[in-house]
Design a binder for this molecule. Sequence first.
Ligand SMILES: O=C(O)Cc1cc(O)ccc1O
Ligand SMILES: [Fe+2]
Length: 460
Amino acid sequence: MGDENSLEELSYQSGYGNSFSSEALAGALPHGQNSPLLCPYSLYAEQISGTSFTSPRKLNLRSWLYRIKPSVTHEPFKPRVPSHGKLLSEFDRSNSSATPTQLRWKPVEIPDSPTDFVDGLFTVCGAGSSFLRHGFAVHMYTANKSMDNCAFCNADGDFLIVPQKGRLWITTECGKLQVSPGEVAILPQGFRFAVDLPDGPSRGYVAEIFGAHFQLPDLGPIGANGLAAPRDFLAPTAWFEDGRRPGYTIVQKFGGELFTAKQDFSPFNVVAWHGNHVPYKYDLSKFCPYNTVLVDHSDPSINTVLTAPTDKPGVALLDFVVFPPRWLVAEHTFRPPYYHRNCMSEFMGLIYGGYEAKADGFLPGGSSLHSCMTPHGPDTKTYEATIARGNEPGPFRIKDTMAFMFESCLMPRVCAWALESPFMDHDYYQCWIGLRSHFTWESRNATSKDDNEVDGKTAK
Ligand SMILES: O=C(O)Cc1cc(O)ccc1O
Ligand SMILES: [Fe+2]
């Protein structure tokens, strides 16, 4: 499949949340109804629902797939053997730990032994439960070979895949997506997909959400345009393969466990489809960032690409936020991210370049976790350099960088293998230990002196 892909310039359908339709053979989509007694080309009609049948219309997600054989034509599911057992979809004391410590990982090495996307996927942290349809997981993958005669299907939740190294050529039931580092792909719950690695060694991050779907954030006072534009989200066009594929395996993630089922055909046998429940991709370089243009540092929510809501207004199950190249222009302002403690929890990754709050140690392919109310902020070097630069440094362009954050209202528990990982940066706390007191009883701001008299001295 890889060679065939390389010659192909894929075509996509654009628009977020659209009602799409696509046919790989002219006339394959039925007209006027979804389930004719006999479909064109004698295809089977099959619906995939991403929301309950009765979800409100504006939230309702479903697609109709017209396929050569229906998905149900397979042998019974069996537990997958061997299974590395490093995937979780519910988090409790028995399988993961709570820690308020600032955590950071160096880039995870990509193995030499043959490892495909499924074998290379492991959970780092998460909260809640796929069984209860509320929660999230953060995974990473390291892989070096394409999936062979098998497809993956995640019954637990939606995947947001952030490749950091190596392109992913993803065949889905709706067609193909070619996803490069700097782009992201969303694979909604239940879609079967296979990942080819045209570049070999690959690494990336995955956010998984249970019981919710991503949507574009509201723009509020920003207006009708800005941040991620709906038309830059790309869905596939129908693509199918026919014929016998003996021993084809469906690997199903269900409650965090892997199951396999054999069938004698490819699941990528959808000749035409229509609907609004689809895999899609987005190129982060298209993001149109907004920011302060006078003073202070904007909260990172200003850079939200996609958000998965909870039932509480403004409280995200998971926000996907980016820190892209942009101009910093704020006057008499500490421009890097401020020091803070957040009731939300922040997992960060770096796709390329450096990150404005960390002079050292946060590397492309690495990650960090600052959980609920865990203090964090710029490292000592960044703080000292910022202060040395002085009050009026002029416009500065942050270049060649793409960091991101998965931010959740739920408190993540961390997997043992992530805490015990050889890539854990045990010295992370050292990056702040050097922050010394710059406090002086001499106020620099003479005008406010009188307002700040404490015990006859000036506190500022
Ligand atoms: O902690 C971080 O680096 C992420 C972050 C960035 C920012 O610009 C403001 C707040 C914030 O949490
Ligand atoms: Fe933060």
